[in-house]
Write a protein that binds this ligand. Structure first.
Ligand code: HEC
Ligand code: HEC
Length: 260
């Protein structure tokens, strides 16, 4: 869950120096609330890669201008999007995120909206364009794929990634490459009796764990009664986020786009 890194955030071009430059001292205070700060840290780890460091958009939409975010009250609209995602539209679900983290992120987003209200609309319109992604060198990306990136230890251009550029739009492919859907995370839950259950991990926080077991049953337990072993096949993939340079990203993306 916590695998992305702030390092990866300068990948994109929408670090909004502009917003920082003209905000007044009163607005700066807005960002100093403890939960807003925590929310900002969580946001940067889990959301910024797609929605931009300042939530002004990336492969995902601008959340500062989102009418859903603006109409949200205490997370009533935002929390369901975070928990359930919109898998078909490139917004992943975050079933492992607990309610405290969600409410911090909500606080951060509301603070961003409030802050933006003093920033001129010219700055906000300065969105992110997909064209900027399509500037890499496919040959260099291929070298990275088989070299430094070690992508071939888990993927093959003739098997799982064959035709991937036909399968997804460029925006989806970019999102999946950077942040694949997390539905392959599973857990083994061991009860005191020795009985074990295995299945897709639906929820894990400080208090309870829930899985969808092999037979399709939803099962949950208070954490103190069980032992949980999480298996996350994406851990290795997500670690890459802290290693890529901007150039690597663009080159690999250009290479993936050749897999038609
Ligand atoms: C892999 C990229 C990706 C990540 C990571 C991601 N999002 Fe999204 N998000 C999207 C996309 C794409 C959409 C647009 C979905 C659609 O068109 O309905 C979206 C939509 C949303 C929306 C709805 C906006 C609206 O106006 O309808 C919210 C709110 C949101 N995301 C919040 C978050 C938060 C908070 C996080 C981090 C916990 C996050 N997202 C992480 C890609 C992402
Ligand atoms: C440690 C193993 C590992 C490494 C290394 C790795 N990945 Fe992945 N990657 C995965 C897993 C697991 C998934 C999820 C695939 C799934 O659920 O089918 C994934 C998903 C993807 C997807 C999305 C596929 C889809 O159909 O949605 C792309 C694209 C991708 N990886 C590209 C790369 C590239 C490019 C590299 C190297 C820079 C890389 N991966 C390195 C394990 C890895």
């Amino acid at each position: 869950m916590r695998a992305t890194s702030t390092h990866s955030l300068h990948l994109f071009y929408f670090v909004c120096i502009f917003a920082f430059a003209i905000r007044s001292p009163a607005q700066t205070d807005l960002m100093k609330h403890e939960n807003v700060q925590r929310g900002q840290a969580d946001y940067r780890q889990s959301c910024a890669i797609c929605h931009g460091t300042e939530a002004m958009g990336g492969v995902g939409p601008n959340l500062v201008q989102s009418s859903l975010v603006r109409h949200d009250e205490h997370g009533d609209l935002i929390a369901p999007v975070i928990q359930d995602g919109r898998a078909d539209k490139g917004m992943p679900a975050f079933p492992l995120m607990n309610s405290a983290e969600i409410s911090d992120i909500v606080a951060f987003l509301h603070a961003r909206v409030a802050l933006a209200s003093v920033v001129s609309s010219e700055g906000l319109a300065n969105g992110y364009s997909l064209q900027q992604l399509l500037t890499g060198n496919a040959e260099a990306g291929k070298q990275y794929f088989y070299g430094a990136g070690k992508c071939m230890t888990c993927h093959s251009r003739t098997e799982d990634l064959a035709g991937i550029a036909k399968k997804y739009s460029p925006a989806d492919l970019e999102a999946r490459f950077l942040y694949p859907p997390r539905d392959s995370v599973t857990a083994m839950v061991s009860l005191n009796s020795g009985k074990q259950f295995h299945g897709k991990l639906l929820h894990l926080d400080a208090f309870y764990v829930a899985i969808l077991d092999q037979d399709g049953w939803y099962r949950s337990w208070p954490l103190q009664q069980v032992k949980v072993q999480v298996h996350d096949p994406l851990a290795g993939h997500l670690q890459l986020l802290s290693k890529y340079t901007d150039k690597d990203i663009h080159d690999v993306f250009a290479y993936l786009e050749t897999l038609k």
